[in-house]
Design a protein around this ligand. Sequence first.
Ligand SMILES: C[S@@+](CC[C@H](N)C(=O)[O-])C[C@H]1O[C@@H](n2cnc3c(N)ncnc32)[C@H](O)[C@@H]1O
Length: 310
Amino acid sequence: MLRRGLVVDGGNSQIDVIRCLRVRSPRIAPAYASGEYAGHVIRFVRKAEILPSPNIWYHPEAYEQENHAQDVDGDLWRILRTQCDWAGRDVVDVGCGDGFHLPLFAETARSVVGVEPHPPLVRRARGRTNGIVGIGVKQGPAQRLPLPSGSADLVHARTAYFFGPGCEPGLREADRVLRQGGTLAIVDLDVRHSPYGDWMRADLPDYDPAEVDRFFAEQGFRCVRVETRWGFENLAAAESALRIEFSPKVAAGAVREVLRRNGGLPAGPLTIPVGYRVLLREKPSGLVRLPRAVHFASAGPDSSISPRIP
Ligand SMILES: C[S@@+](CC[C@H](N)C(=O)[O-])C[C@H]1O[C@@H](n2cnc3c(N)ncnc32)[C@H](O)[C@@H]1O
């Protein structure tokens, strides 16, 4: 969580690579600039494409409990179903982690593929879904989905990779994999929503929500904001989730705030209001064909009128 919102993949231009190498491997940078070490650099770039997620990478059991606590009223699922129902359709979950959401999609989907770059999580996701008909798990990053073009109706990503500027390679890949008319749905925490968003911003003072909103609007997404509730059995369970999401100081403040909001009773069940943004974009379903008569009547020989993509 601490790295949320940072630019994930600056596009891997030569300049980006050299800049990264200067910081991490100063001896290699000049060699790369002169064309040596190509293999080393490709490996470096591929590694840099994957954004470590300290919560699920290093605390998978606590993250599992957190996933159970999230969205206890099913508000996110309700919005997703309303916006892009996947019943009878083919779903891809990018950055699926340990596959927590795959069985839920599979209840009504025709097929579900989870894509995850971190090998230990790929193994966990396969273990979770082993034997469930219609679910597959593949290893790969959002920037190079290991899937054929035009093979999915819904590409979904939840709190994974698509954090703002820098995720353009993944947006292009999602479009490649989607069928015409298919939907890309990106679910992420709403940094503008209190109190959870305040805790996120305390750890990410440079994060600019307006810039991120602008980026996705420019990329053609509409945004549905959803207030959900996270529900925990007791304070210890809430604390275990907050401690894998935030720095120790921010987590300690968050625990105090949760206790205060729940009447100061650590033994009973507690809830936290948590806001999400659901970003949605449909892949255009084709070129708009102007009627032949309109084409020729309105367009002179030098006209630049051409079919438009809606
Ligand atoms: C916070 S976890 C969310 C996991 C899952 N979507 C969930 O909600 O349970 C973020 C996931 O994104 C994955 N990830 C990191 N870099 C990625 C990339 N370049 N492409 C796709 N996924 C990536 C991480 O390995 C991690 O599993």
